[in-house]
Design a protein around this ligand. Structure first.
Ligand SMILES: *Cc1c(COP(=O)(O)O)cnc(C)c1O
Length: 474
């Protein structure tokens, strides 16, 4: 396929501006570029065809099954797009007078209230723009809480090795010292290792629950007791709230801070870098530390923006990614209390059904999972030379997005599937049959699997090179 620059021919254009009735303004030459801008010149139909062809090379949930574990690539109902596109929302300016934007403030306030109920927390900020950004915000709050109390020795954050990769990264970014503790075979926290790691220097614990093996940590209340007894605070990575929504709440488990990924659990399309939203919920005693501004409602029912007393400051301009908040609120209203619970139950049921259909290759054959599970291709790899990567690549030829690979790294040749709640039983059965067919082919014709995908536009890029030496322009 040609780039839009290769299609360019001087003088062609795909736009028409209305006549301008304003006076021309001459910029001082010091503000002007000396070189002409190199912009592609193409006619309208070529431009439409170009972008349509590009879009056909992209794969999304609307194209097919997308079991990327830990990412919750579920179907996002189109009604969310309709509400987020309402002109009353899209034509606002963030500096508009508060009395003119009462409706938008009310939406944010109501969303805060709904998320407080869902998580069991005392207060909620909608400002952070992503999961990792929520982690950063939450850890800042934990750090400031200790510092404000004069408890300056609390500089360490405990992160089990089954945590999501963003957890250690956010801790380091916050200037907290990382203490890694090993997990047990099922990914759950090793209580002895936790007790040994806790002390007067513990700022807190960051826990991904369900963990990256898709298991709910059954010792959750013991974990929170151990950390609290040591004077630390508890951070709940709730990016995967879609596993427990309406069934269990981090607040009830004793957690002090939690973040959610609205662009996972609450149905905003994601991938490609945004926009997202990673609201942070805190227990009552941390409410005064939330980012500013915070949406509040006074006795007369008027909504306003306030600065919490001990705020960590702003983590993003204005109120966060407002259109994502509209989508999440729509999703919550459409589903309601029962619907949200049902979504989680279906996510867990679907994962367990697919796990059952593939149990021959399961890392952890005998137990149930939450919203995702992990297969190990270690045996297949030993016997055929075909790796988890080859199998994932081969799935592309069947029109399926590969699962998460080589993660969690406590499992060899891992393939991590998250089917999500929006897939049908038939889809899960078809997918299981395809995966079994690919693994069978690894035994009969390993070369064919190793040389897949055949049908994709880009087949086997050098993934390390793409990260280390990105080539961002032609
Ligand atoms: C996705 C995810 C994150 C990070 O969220 P981003 O929005 O990508 O920053 C953090 N923790 C867990 C468990 C996740 O699944």
């Amino acid at each position: 396929m040609k780039t839009v620059f290769e299609l360019s021919k001087p003088g062609r254009k795909a736009y028409q501006f209305p006549e301008c009735h304003l006076l021309a303004y001459e910029f001082d030459s010091k503000y002007l570029s000396e070189n002409e801008l190199e912009l592609p010149e193409v006619d309208e139909v070529s431009l439409v065809r170009h972008y349509t062809e590009l879009s056909n090379h992209a794969y999304g949930v609307d194209n097919g099954f997308y079991p990327l574990g830990s990412c919750t690539m579920k179907y996002n109902p189109k009604i969310n797009e309709i509400t987020a596109a309402l002109p009353g929302f899209t034509n606002l300016h963030p500096l508009q007078k508060k009395r003119d934007i009462q409706g938008s403030l009310e939406l944010m306030y109501r969303l805060q209230e709904a998320l407080k109920q869902i998580t069991g927390m005392g207060a909620m900020s909608l400002q952070p723009a992503a999961g990792a950004h929520g982690e950063y915000t939450g850890l800042k709050i934990i750090k400031k809480y200790h510092t404000d109390r004069g408890d300056l020795s609390r500089t360490k954050i405990i992160v089990p090795d089954s945590a999501h990769g963003t957890n250690p990264a956010s801790s380091t970014l916050c200037g907290l010292q990382l203490v890694n503790i090993p997990s047990l075979e099922d990914g759950s926290v090793d209580l002895d290792a936790l007790s040994a790691a806790c002390g007067a220097d513990t700022a807190g614990l960051m826990l991904t629950n369900p963990n990256t093996l898709g298991k709910f940590d059954k010792n959750i209340t013991k974990i929170s007791q151990i950390v609290h007894d040591a004077g630390g605070l508890l951070y709940y990575d709730g990016a995967n709230m879609n596993a427990i929504m309406g069934v269990a709440r981090p607040g009830d488990m004793g957690f002090d801070v939690v973040h959610l990924n609205l662009h996972k659990t609450f149905a905003t399309p994601h991938g490609g870098g945004g926009p997202g939203a990673g609201p942070v919920g805190v227990c009552e005693k941390l409410a005064s530390y939330l980012p500013s501004p915070h949406v509040t409602k006074d006795r007369s029912g008027t909504y306003s923006l306030s600065t919490p007393e001990n705020t960590i400051g702003s983590v993003k301009a204005f109120y966060g990614n407002f259109n994502v908040l509209v989508k999440a609120y729509t999703y919550i209203l459409v589903l309601g209390r029962e619907g949200l619970r049902n979504a989680s139950e279906m996510a867990v049921l679907n994962a367990n059904y697919l796990k059952h259909l593939l149990k021959k290759y399961d890392y952890d054959k005998d137990s149930r999972c939450m919203h995702e599970f992990v297969l190990s291709m270690e045996k297949v790899h030993k016997e055929t030379g075909v790796s988890a990567l080859d199998i994932a690549k081969s799935m592309i030829d069947y029109g399926i997005h590969p699962p998460t690979m080589y993660f969690p790294n406590i499992v060899h040749e891992a393939l991590m599937f998250e089917p999500t709640e929006t897939e049908t039983k038939e889809t899960l059965e078809e997918v299981a049959a395809i995966i079994i067919e690919i693994i069978d082919r690894a035994y009969t014709n390993p070369e064919e699997v190793k040389n897949s995908p055949k049908a994709a536009y880009i087949t086997r890029p050098d993934e390390v090179k793409a990260a280390r030496e990105p080539k961002l322009k032609a």
